[in-house]
Design a protein around this ligand. Structure first.
Ligand code: NAP
Length: 226
């Protein structure tokens, strides 16, 4: 049985990803901050095991990794993400920066460190970091969003280093842009439904080409410049 661990799986893209992997017959370790409130996630069925995880709580992450010791993991999906309400020039919420950075940048690396052993014993051996086109320097032609953009640019760098550092252990790492998706973060004007984005992301993860390792990919497979 193939196994995936997904963070921020109670709503939005994370919840839709959990549903896609369940449909594909996978075992899903679904992490969220408040399992007791995650009613839709709870309704996905017996192949989903829900874990309490605030990804910025390093002790909780370590305890989770320990409690799953001996469980092979095929894919780690670092999906949990945060965005400041707005950070136009002159209105940057500096007090938000460290929180967003902890969720978007530090936590994915910490999870990779804690779950590398589980991934080594899985068969697909993939770390999929849900990043954003907004973290691409080459693609930035509209400016602003200093906090979110920099946290995702740094996540892209983390992803690249992971792909190099873990290559000897057979583990790949990719950064994925899910598209502009109708979620609390994406807003109601977004173009994509969560299930369309999640299904494309799942297909990408399952059909990764060797040249995709260490790259930033759009949900349709296109390479996005760093
Ligand atoms: N939607 C888009 O258009 C879009 C575009 C590009 C990239 N993305 C990326 O896609 C990913 C998912 O975003 P989304 O659109 O699905 O957003 P969302 O609906 O706002 O969901 C965000 C998820 O992250 C979780 N989360 C936030 N802080 C957390 C923490 N400290 N510990 C654990 N979980 C935490 C939230 O949990 P709670 O319910 O507990 O808050 C929620 O499950 C994010 O990484 C985001 O940056 C989204």
């Amino acid at each position: 049985m193939s196994t995936v661990l997904i963070t921020g799986a109670n709503r939005g893209i994370g919840l839709a990803l959990a549903g896609c992997f369940v449909e594909a017959g996978w075992d899903v370790h679904a992490c969220c901050r408040h399992p007791e409130k995650a009613t839709t996630l709870q309704s996905l069925g017996a192949s989903v095991t829900i874990h309490r995880l605030d990804v910025t709580d390093m002790l909780q992450t370590e305890n989770l990794a320990r409690s799953l010791s001996g469980v092979p993991l095929d894919i780690l999906v670092n999906n949990a993400g945060a965005k400041e309400p707005g950070s136009a020039f002159g209105k940057v919420p500096y007090e938000e920066w460290s929180r967003v950075f902890a969720v978007n940048t530090m936590a994915p690396l910490h999870l990779a460190e804690r779950f590398v052993g589980h991934l080594e014993t899985g068969s697909r051996k993939l770390i999929a970091n849900i990043s954003s086109r907004m973290g691409s320097i080459g693609d930035n032609d509209s400016g602003g969003s200093y906090v979110y953009r920099s946290s995702k640019a740094a996540l892209n760098m983390v992803t690249r280093s992971l792909s190099i550092d873990l290559a000897d252990r057979g583990i790949s790492a990719i950064a994925l842009h899910p598209g502009w998706v109708r979620t609390k973060m994406g807003g109601s004007n977004a173009k994509l439904e969560t299930d369309v984005s999640a299904n494309s992301l799942k297909e990408l993860m399952l059909n990764l080409r060797p040249e995709d390792n260490g790259r930033l990919l759009n949900y349709d497979g296109e390479h996005i410049p760093w």
